[in-house]
Design a protein around this ligand. Structure first.
Ligand SMILES: [Cu+2]
Length: 174
């Protein structure tokens, strides 16, 4: 009985550690960015982000102050470096890069930074979002919904297995 209680406490503690170490924790970190963080320069063709560790499942969104998105296709990661193409010449203005990556330890990390484009020849209000291009929802919720779904499915599967085991025992005993 005591061993069971200790195991349960350990399981709860482990779950608490996993849940508390949320996406905001710095499991890896952004080391360098191009265009530079807070920089002002001509329109870039690419956003290149360099992290402290190799990253995977990367996502980079590039948006202007009106919320229009300028990234072209999915980002791609090679070791510590993530690259995102830009669909067209950016007009002058302030842009936000929102990134999300998964650390080597499996934890998602995300952040944003801004840069300014100056000296561009592109028209200021050019409609740049291609038809069919979808914007992903902002925020961290997608990761946690996925985790919660996995936990619920896992618990449900466990309950089914336990019930089947009890039924089998009852059938064998009767
Ligand atoms: Cu971590």
């Amino acid at each position: 009985m005591r061993a069971t209680q200790i195991c349960a406490a350990a399981a709860v503690a482990l779950l608490a550690v996993v849940v508390c170490a949320g996406p905001a924790s710095a499991h890896t970190s952004l080391q360098n960015a191009s265009p530079g963080i807070g920089s002002t320069a001509g329109p870039p063709n690419l956003v290149v982000l360099t992290y402290a560790d190799p990253v995977r499942l990367t996502q980079v969104l590039i948006s202007d102050t009106a919320g229009r998105h300028y990234q072209s296709g999915p980002s791609f990661a090679v070791d510590n470096t993530v690259t995102e193409r830009i669909a067209s010449t950016l007009p002058n203005g302030l842009y936000t890069v929102a990134w999300r990556v998964v650390s080597p330890d499996g934890h998602p990390v995300e952040g944003t930074y801004q840069f300014t484009v100056a000296g561009s020849t592109a028209a200021a209000l050019a409609p740049v979002q291609a038809a069919g291009q979808t914007n992903t929802p902002a925020g961290t919720s997608v990761w946690w919904i996925g985790l919660v779904v996995l936990l619920v499915v896992g618990v449900g599967a466990g309950v089914v297995v336990v019930r089947r085991g009890l039924k089998a025992d009852a059938d064998a005993g009767g």
